[in-house]
Ligand binder design. Structure first.
Ligand SMILES: *Cc1c(COP(=O)(O)O)cnc(C)c1O
Length: 354
């Protein structure tokens, strides 16, 4: 399918690398395509970034039939624009789509649209190490109709936002609040998808934790509220007696992160044992008491590795590794970023050039 291109007549001034923050600025263009039942996905196009009109009755406003993705483009050490494992994200978008009754997208067309968009916006990729161009693909249901049913029409977008370095002042371990009062996802639900409602539903618990001085919430399983699942927008790993443990994906309650998968593959290659199994929060605390809890870290596209320095579970506070980043966490961070920036050979074929 041909991608139509309409260039902006008024390109914007670009923000400075040190003023970027996260998700505040948007580039000059966006990729858009439409769906209706008769035509399928049609009219893929790159057009100036800007507002568009929808009727107030538009389905996405009422019942939340919406999915999204998050990935990054950045300049490697040779100044080439690259993306990390984009097909993992595109495939995950389609898994989210299937669960939300949204029609499947053509994976090659999405990649082609993203590549063309990134080619046009290459100058928007910030140059300072650690900064990147955040990529936000998303789909919304657009039928002007208040019936509770899947929409017959959709819009797909890719928008781009230059973002600052996550660790401007060096890697800083975060404080995490373990909640057994609220839950994120139950078996049979939509926990494994990046659907908007999951994030709306998490805000209240995150606000409560923030008021107590915590960065994020650690969710336990919805049924027994015993087993660790994941953090707000990150998967989580615990290193106990030299073994990395993270929750398995088989219950469909956890988002299968691209970074999670990369960490598992790299850790195994480094000779570190990795277990995907249910780990109770009690076991984490027992391991800490016995001096066997060595490291805890979150994984996600934004931070890559986010060390956890402190956990609070029902006001039982434990400090991990003296509140400093652990050795394996640091090594994994260094290896993944080295592969991303082309300082290390891309043995797994993870990096796609634009
Ligand atoms: C996006 C996300 C992650 C991390 O996924 P990556 O592909 O590694 O960025 C983990 N948990 C949740 C709930 C997420 O939304």
């Amino acid at each position: 399918m041909d991608i139509r291109i309409v260039k902006t007549g008024s390109p914007k001034a670009k923000p400075k690398d040190n003023e970027l923050g996260f998700g505040q600025y948007f580039t000059d263009h966006m990729f858009v395509m439409d769906y209706d039942a008769a035509k399928g996905w049609y009219d893929p196009r790159i057009v100036p970034y800007g507002p568009f009109e929808l009727e107030p009755s538009c389905m996405v406003f009422h019942y939340g039939q919406a999915i999204f993705e998050g990935m990054k483009a950045y300049l490697n050490k040779d100044g080439e624009a690259v993306v990390f494992r984009p097909f993992m994200n595109i495939k995950r978008l389609n898994r989210s789509a299937a669960r939300l009754c949204i029609p499947q997208l053509d994976e090659d067309l999405v990649w082609e649209g993203l590549r063309k968009l990134l080619t046009i916006e290459k100058d928007w990729i910030p140059k300072t190490e650690g900064t990147s161009l955040y990529i936000r693909p998303f789909v919304i249901a657009t039928d002007p109709n208040l019936g509770v049913r899947p929409s017959h029409t959709y819009k797909f977008f890719i928008i781009l936002s230059p973002v600052g370095a996550y660790y401007k002042e060096g890697v800083k371990p975060v404080k995490i609040y373990v909640t057994d009062k609220y839950v994120r996802a139950a078996e049979g639900g939509v926990g494994f998808t990046k659907t908007s409602g999951n994030y709306a539903a998490s805000l209240y618990a995150a606000e409560e934790a923030a008021k107590k001085g915590y960065t994020q919430v650690l969710w336990l399983d919805a049924k027994e509220r015993r087993y660790v699942e994941e953090v707000g927008t990150m998967n989580i790993f615990f290193k106990i007696d030299g073994t990395l443990i993270t929750a398995p994906l088989d219950r469909g309650t956890i988002l299968g992160g691209v970074t999670r998968d990369s960490v598992i593959k790299l850790a195994e290659e480094m000779g570190c044992r990795v277990e995907q199994r249910y780990l109770s929060i009690q076991e984490v605390y027992d391991a800490h008491k016995a001096g066997r809890l060595e490291e805890v870290f979150g994984t996600g596209t934004a931070a890559v590795i986010s060390p956890v320095g402190l956990l609070n579970w029902n006001d039982n506070i434990i400090e991990i590794n003296g509140g400093r980043i652990g050795e394996v966490s640091q090594k994994l961070y260094d290896r993944i970023t080295a592969i991303q920036y082309g300082r290390e050979e891309d043995k797994f074929g993870w990096v796609e050039k634009i």
